[in-house]
Write a protein that binds this ligand. Structure first.
Ligand code: NAD
Length: 250
């Protein structure tokens, strides 16, 4: 029960890594505001409540600036000031047919950067000042190994995810004296909705780049996120933990 009495805000909580994170935070005592653009976030919350945990669902497109602040304010008013923020939304343009950079168009990059980087910055801008005032906070921003291990067609995503780590490091040192830690987690290939679409030849090619030889599970990433969000990690800030079975070593 490392999060007893704590309020956690988790974005992308309807699926994959952040769903696993929301479930585990609740299991360890946190009150969870589960945010997602998909109504399936209600299922995450239903599962938490069925296990005796406390959670509320908020349906929000994190790129919708007009509703972002209002939703975060509502969540904090209902569940209490945010102690733990897990910023999980991100995706590449590959699933939408994005090609190599020389054939790409700036509208697609703008969408990926908005979704995967700017949204995390906007949420931190809204939540972290309160943490700084209260003298306590844990922020975990989700990056990806894609910026450590370049993959063709992922230029916009790699730029956004490298940006997440750069942003995380600067924010971390700005608030370090106020009891707030800010860290990043960079997953390697994980079994989620996005990677379930990988055809067998893609899966075999990707697995060949993972020293452990297989994709990870959402719970593997959730474990690292919970560690960074816990008080055990109180002296750790401005770091990036790669959860990738050895992929992405530099
Ligand atoms: N799965 C992997 O292999 C992998 C690897 C590296 C990094 N990541 C990163 O981990 C994070 C989570 O990925 P996942 O694979 O668990 O994802 P997922 O596809 O399982 O779930 C993503 C969730 O984000 C939600 N979402 C999408 N756009 C949104 C928006 N505009 N506003 C609010 N919610 C939105 C979706 O509805 C979905 O529930 C992402 O940032 C992703 O880039 C994943």
């Amino acid at each position: 029960m490392r999060f007893e009495g704590k309020t956690a805000i988790v974005t992308a909580a309807a699926s994959g890594i952040c769903r696993a994170t929301a479930l585990r935070l609740a299991r360890e005592g946190a009150k969870v505001a589960a945010i997602d653009v998909s109504p399936a976030v209600e299922e995450t919350v239903a599962q938490i409540r069925a296990s005796g945990g406390s959670a509320e669902a908020y349906i929000l497109d994190v790129t919708d600036r007009s509703h972002l602040a209002e939703t975060l304010d509502r969540a904090e008013a209902r569940l209490g000031p945010c102690d733990v923020l897990v910023n999980g939304v991100g995706r590449s343009s590959v699933g939408k047919g994005g090609g190599e950079f020389c054939d790409s168009n700036p509208e697609d990059w703008a969408e990926v950067l908005d979704l995967s980087l700017t949204s995390q910055m906007l949420i931190c801008r809204r939540i972290v000042p309160g943490m700084r005032t209260r003298g306590y906070g844990r922020v975990v921003n989700i990056s990806s190994v894609s910026w450590l291990m370049p993959t063709p067609r992922f230029a916009d995503y790699a730029a956004a995810k490298a940006g997440v780590v750069g942003f995380t490091r600067v924010l971390a040192i700005e608030v370090a004296r106020h009891g707030v830690t800010v860290n990043a987690v960079s997953p390697g290939p994980i079994e989620t909705a996005a990677t379930a679409k990988h055809p067998p030849e893609t899966r075999a090619r990707v697995e060949a780049t993972i020293p452990m030889g297989h994709y990870g599970e959402p719970e593997d990433v959730a474990a690292a996120i919970l560690f960074l969000a816990s008080d055990e990690a109180r002296f750790i800030t401005a770091q990036n933990i790669v959860v990738g079975g050895g992929r992405g070593i530099v």
